[in-house]
Design a protein around this ligand. Structure first.
Ligand SMILES: [Zn+2]
Ligand SMILES: [Zn+2]
Length: 357
């Protein structure tokens, strides 16, 4: 099976995060038939190892394998992970029989979209002494086949914060007998919108109000509970913590002002994906020479988050972008399809990076 056919097969069997059963079967058979790597089956994730006696360096190339829900129902490869996976597997096939002077591990990770997959693969970092971990993402809005890089943060840290306020329920006819958090929710939203506005000129920090609630639509009741949920992001984990504390301080002060109880939960936390400056300097040369064109970007390159950030806490990391076309529909949008013309380009860049690393 060639890489184009592999991509077509993956593209035709998209599976949601942590349900990638057929995808893994397709990959296992490709690795067995088309590469000379040692395949390790870890049930919901796999890796394939190229090991050379005497090699003193070990590189991990990671590809994420999951798809996303389609607007209106169904599942589709709306983030292009079918392409990233085919490029990594194609690179594994391309090194067959070669002497590289280093060890290369191809890691196929599930569940990236829900931020839960990288954690499964962490044992890899205990089993091998890994010098660097690499990954890429296709980027709509950039010239097809171009190489995009930064020596700092590629993708932001982010988390959801649900802030809950508790008072006392009463009859809607006697609201003065209860403690209704409506005013506190309103002030909190208003103040958080002020914070959001103050962040608009930063490249990586954002606060987005995603949900708010006061009681239920029960017209006889003055409610005793309310909540405000936000998603916050920042170009590194430290800035995210600072923003988190600023947000919580506002909510907590409003709760205290009205005598309400206050609790909060953190949802879907992602580390920032931070590149190692030294490795970025070396590998960007490889990327530039193998791509059609290139663009150096200010950090962060993208405001979204990647669970690859977890790997960058374990080994020196480099995450790069592959332009998927100026007019390419955005990631996760209905008409998005990974441009298969990119497969050969992506493999060429990976090969040059393996050679250079
Ligand atoms: Zn995605
Ligand atoms: Zn993605």
């Amino acid at each position: 099976m060639n890489v184009q056919k592999l991509w077509e097969t993956l593209h035709a069997s998209p599976e949601l995060s942590l349900q990638e059963v057929h995808t893994l079967e397709i990959l296992k058979s490709f690795i067995k038939n088309e590469t000379d790597l040692e395949l390790h089956d870890e049930k919901n994730w796999i890796y394939a190892v190229h090991e050379e006696p005497g090699a003193d360096k070990t590189i991990v190339i990671r590809a994420e394998i999951d798809a996303i829900p389609k607007p209106g129902g169904g599942v589709f490869h709306g983030c292009g992970h079918d392409g990233h996976t085919a490029m990594a597997a194609g690179t594994a096939a391309a090194i067959k029989g070669r002497k590289l002077g280093k060890n290369v591990i191809f890691l196929f990770q599930p569940g990236e979209e829900i931020g839960a997959g990288a954690a499964y693969c962490m044992p890899l970092f205990d089993r091998y002494k890994i010098d660097m971990v690499l990954a890429c993402h296709n980027l709509p809005g950039y010239e097809l086949g171009s190489f995009i890089y930064t020596e700092n943060t590629f993708a932001c840290a982010s988390e959801g914060l649900k802030m809950s306020f508790s008072g006392h329920q009463a009859h809607a006819a006697y609201p003065e007998d209860g403690l209704n958090p409506a005013g506190c929710v309103a002030r909190t939203i208003s103040e958080l919108m002020g914070v959001a506005a103050s962040l608009e000129n930063t490249r990586g920090r954002r606060l987005t109000i995603i949900n708010a609630q006061v009681g239920n639509p029960d017209y006889g009741i003055s409610p005793g509970f309310g909540s405000v949920s936000v998603t916050i992001r920042a170009e590194n984990d430290e800035y995210l913590k600072v923003l988190e504390q600023d947000v919580l301080k506002i909510a907590e002060a409003n709760a205290a002002q009205d005598g309400l109880g206050f609790t909060y939960d953190i949802k879907d936390p992602f580390h920032a994906t931070v590149n190692d400056a030294g490795i970025a300097e070396i590998l960007s040369v490889a990327g530039k020479s193998a791509a059609c064109s290139w663009k150096h970007e200010e950090a962060p390159v993208v405001r979204w988050s990647e669970d690859f950030g977890l790997f960058s806490t374990k080994a020196k990391a480099f995450y790069w972008g592959l332009g998927s076309g100026i007019n390419q529909p955005g990631l996760h949008t209905e008409n998005y399809v990974f441009p298969k013309e990119l497969l050969d380009k992506g493999i060429r860049i990976w090969m040059e990076m393996i050679r250079t690393a």
